[in-house]
Ligand binder design. Structure first.
Ligand code: ZN
Length: 220
């Protein structure tokens, strides 16, 4: 990112979006139809579902960026059902087409974010979960998606390959969302604990009594 450092521009998260996007693009390289149709670690989702979700998410986050730029309220999705239907429909596309959709939607989002001014980054928008946030939170929202789903694609990085500063922020974010009281205290490497908190396959994560931690439901 060549945007100058200003207090209003979320440059760290923008860099994470770029890094996660590159990881996903690399993970998709060379996937044939069989590999594309293989299951992901997410229940009921193939790799195609993951990529359709990522492309749809880029467009949905793009709606919030447009909202911030124009002042015209544009929700991420028309409804949760519309989001789910778009993922199912997208999962029926040929892999090659999904790869193109992923790349083009990610590029359009990066361009739209790069064009926001400091004032526009402060504009308030409403997320799909109904939270009112400054649009400057959207690069963080998008970076979670591209980083974690790059691991879900299962052909490239693991959690240990993601930046520790990103993982630390992700752990704090997931703990806050799940509710600190609902997650047991666990031991393990920071990367494996992050995978555990995200409800992803992990190794060597134990509770305080030394037993393997019970898996959590996947955070999408
Ligand atoms: Zn997701």
């Amino acid at each position: 990112m060549n945007t100058p450092d200003t207090p209003d521009t979320p440059n760290t998260a923008l860099a994470w979006v770029a890094e996660g996007t590159a990881l996903c693009a690399k993970a998709l390289e060379g996937l044939d139809e069989t590999a594309y149709a293989a299951p992901s670690p997410l229940p009921g989702w193939t790799r195609k579902h993951v990529v359709a979700h990522l492309a749809g998410n880029a467009e949905a986050v793009g709606n919030l960026v447009r909202w911030a730029r124009t002042g015209v309220p544009t929700p991420m999705y028309a409804s949760p059902a519309q989001r789910a239907e778009a993922i199912e429909a997208g999962a029926g596309l040929p892999g090659e087409q999904l790869t193109v959709w992923f790349r083009e939607s990610a590029r359009a989002l990066a361009d739209a974010m790069a064009a926001l001014t400091g004032d526009q980054w402060r504009a308030e928008v409403v997320t799909a979960q109904g939270r009112t946030v400054p649009v400057s939170e959207t690069p963080w929202m998008r970076s979670r998606e591209v980083m974690v789903h790059a691991v879900d694609l299962g052909t490239g990085p693991g959690f240990a390959d993601l930046p520790e500063a990103f993982l630390a922020e992700l752990r704090a974010d997931i703990l806050a969302r799940r509710g600190r009281d609902t997650v047991p205290a666990v031991h393990g490497s920071p990367a494996e604990i992050t995978a555990y908190l995200a409800g992803r396959p992990c190794t060597g994560v134990t509770t305080t009594d030394g037993l393997p931690a019970e898996p959590l439901t996947p955070w999408l």
